[in-house]
Design a protein around this ligand. Structure first.
Ligand code: AMP
Ligand code: MG
Length: 649
């Protein structure tokens, strides 16, 4: 990084931009001020293609609905005065006219006094008639007459012309969002075309040399373009027409050409990635050349999403979202959706909110409004909001959350036990039927599969064994999956249970040394000699596990005092260990057999780890808990676990 004052180097330009960090509110205000008010272009759309659009004009009913007086039942059109004296004791005999009025047939003969005309539901009421008698309330007398034993009130079973919608009545106001109900009313009035706010065309471009489109093979160091798909669908969800232009490499010339082309045909441009100060982050430099006034905010006091860049180029919004998918999604929803909806003539999104208790302390950076994705579960007295444990690089922290809470820029934490307002991603809280909080294992999905098929919703929140036990003790979950080894007793799990919890045996996972097949340093050896061989070779790199993991205890025992190269590489999951070895970043490590198999690695068994469940006794009788216990004990469940390389207890 350059420290030279007044330098015109790229670093100091970027530095300047990040020195002027705006608050979320200021940034949004400046952005909107540069864009609105503006005329909203309109277009004619056929009704069949207008779903979700906002009406551009008031709509006045062009006809009466129904267009004529209509029978609501199958029966006979009569003159009510003829039946004034009708009763059980004194039936009135009425002659039938030589006509049957079906739906879609206009009547020909009038109903004169003493006569009636047969009429179907939906048929037009004939001249002279003022009431309909249901067929069930009549008795045939031959086939030319009927007898009626009750009086009819005038208007009985008739829908009068215009009683549903009256001609020239205001049907909808401009701005109404067209849903299926609105479409129904427009169709009833015979309206085939409506004038709607034209959907803004939004060009979507992902940037990064590392990006590959889904469906294409992934080469080393590449990742799939996630933001392209997210942003394009979020544009459609909010009234825009997404024009996805793919991923462009971090090349200033290529990118500028793509951005110029996008702005020629679209109303808005949304890029993602390349907005921070990293090498090759070029998009914001290009924006300055694309139109006035250019960049409005680059750097917003928002977490996730600090590097967000908002610009307006000759009236068109140009946005660079941060590269991390969760940051991209969050900033898009928080800062871009309000603008997009306004351009689409749509009302602001109405967010549902609930209050929930935060079970653990959430740390926060001072000076930035922080948004924390949370999963909701039902606690003993009210909702609990679990913060997503994964960072802003994790797609699941947004996609699997129920909503988010906000920690004020001036707070450095939200203490455990606080009540927080949670903004929901969906209109309603969906409390899961079964809640599993603790250590995660791929075997879990095999056991819960039949529950999902039976329509029970399962939420599993990975917080590790100890976090799970704490949640279970507070009654926030049904089960806490744990795999904790007790050195004192030399046994798993049972010594860790507290009052109110009981142990349900889960399955065993074989832990072992993993290496690439045909690595002569390990192939065919037992664990002890394999470790000896690895330690003897100074070029051999290991991959460790994080402090506190059960696997780490095993590794430390194997190593004794040795600290070979790679010891300080301490990932938090079995899969990361396998990936490091498969990708030649390390040569050996310790993981569980199913993970080793899935990565095609060699495996030297060490010991079996017990993966069990702490069940909250008070919740044992809940149907979903019973369903889980059944699935766990079932032949199918055990077979699925066995097939995946686990050993059911
Ligand atoms: P950048 O802002 O370009 O430095 O990106 C920050 C991080 O987000 C990097 O790890 C990128 O690989 C990642 N990233 C950027 N764009 C995308 C994308 N479209 N899909 C998934 N990850 C992305
Ligand atoms: Mg990038």
């Amino acid at each position: 990084m350059s420290n030279v004052p007044f330098s015109t180097s790229r670093d100091s330009v970027d530095q300047d931009q990040f020195l002027n960090i705006l608050s979320r509110e200021e940034a949004l205000e400046h952005f909107e001020a540069a864009l609105f008010p503006r005329a909203i272009p309109t277009e004619q759309r056929p009704l069949s293609d207008a779903l979700g659009c906002a009406l551009a004009q008031d709509i006045v009913a062009p006809i009466d609905v129904p267009p004529f007086d209509r029978s609501n039942v199958d029966g006979f059109a009569v003159r009510s005065a003829d039946l004034a004296s009708a009763s059980e004791a004194t039936p009135v005999r009425i002659m039938l006219n030589d006509e049957v009025i079906a739906c879609g047939t206009a009547p020909i003969r009038p109903v004169l006094s003493g006569t009636a005309t047969s009429i179907a539901t939906g048929g037009p009421v004939p001249r002279g008639a003022d009431a309909i008698v249901m067929v069930e309330h009549t008795q045939p007398v031959g086939n030319r007459a009927i007898e009626i034993r009750r009086a009819a009130s005038p208007g009985q079973f008739i829908s009068y012309a215009g009683s549903d919608i009256a001609r020239s009545e205001a049907l909808f106001r401009a701005g109404t969002v067209i849903g299926s109900r609105e479409i129904g009313m427009l169709a009833a009035c015979g309206i085939a075309q409506v004038s709607v706010a034209r959907r803004p065309r939004v060009a979507v471009i992902s940037t990064g040399d590392e990006l590959v489109q889904p469906g294409q093979p992934l080469r080393p160091a590449e990742i799939y373009d996630t933001n392209g798909a997210i942003v394009a669908s979020a544009v459609s969800e909010n009234g825009g027409e997404a024009v996805f232009l793919g991923a462009i490499a971090d090349d200033e010339e290529q990118l500028e050409a793509a951005m110029r082309k996008a702005l020629e045909t679209c109303d808005m441009l949304v890029l993602s990635g390349g907005t921070s100060k990293g090498a090759g982050d070029v998009s914001h430099r290009i924006i300055a050349r694309l139109g006035k006034p250019g960049i409005i905010a680059h750097g917003v006091a928002l977490k996730p999403g600090k590097p967000l860049c908002l610009a307006v180029c000759d009236g068109k919004p140009v946005v660079i979202l941060p590269g991390f998918p969760t940051s991209a999604m969050f900033t898009f929803h928080d800062m871009i959706v309000p603008v997009l909806r306004r351009m689409a003539g749509l009302p602001p999104r109405s967010d549902a909110k609930v209050t929930a208790k935060v079970p653990v302390r959430i740390g926060s950076e001072l000076g930035r409004a922080e948004f924390v994705m949370v999963s909701l579960v039902e606690g003993a007295d009210g909702l609990i909001a679990y913060p997503s444990g994964k960072g802003s690089g994790a797609i699941t922290s947004f996609a699997q959350a129920d909503g988010f809470l906000r920690i004020d820029a001036l707070a450095d934490q939200m203490p455990a036990g606080s009540d927080a307002e949670v903004t929901l991603f969906t209109p309603h809280v969906r409390v899961p039927d079964l809640v599993i909080i603790g250590s995660h294992c791929t075997g879990l999905d095999l056991v819960t599969a039949p529950l999902a098929r039976a329509g029970l919703s399962v939420r599993s929140i990975a917080v590790g064994s100890l976090g799970g036990l704490a949640a279970a003790r507070r009654g926030e979950c049904d089960f806490a999956p744990i795999h904790l080894f007790d050195e004192a007793t030399g046994s798993y799990n049972a010594p860790f249970l507290m009052a109110g919890l009981e142990l349900v045996q889960g399955w065993r996972r074989m832990q072992g040394i993993v290496f690439r097949v045909s690595d002569a340093r390990f192939e065919g050896l037992n664990a002890e000699s394999a470790v000896r061989a690895a330690l003897a070779d100074p070029g051999c790199i290991m991959v460790n596990r994080n402090q506190g993991a059960g696997t780490r205890i095993l590794i430390d025992r194997l190593l004794g005092d040795a600290r070979p190269d790679g010891y300080w590489n301490q990932p938090r999951s079995h899969n990361a260990v396998a990936a490091a070895i498969a990708q030649h970043r390390a040569d050996w490590g310790v993981t569980i057999a199913p993970v080793a198999d899935a990565s095609g690695l060699g495996f030297i068994p060490l010991t079996e780890e017990h993966y069990d469940f702490a069940l909250v006794t008070a919740r044992k009788e809940r149907p979903a808990v019973q369903a889980f216990l059944q699935a766990l004990a079932s032949d199918q469940g055990r077979a699925a676990l066995t097939q995946a390389g686990f050993r059911p207890a």
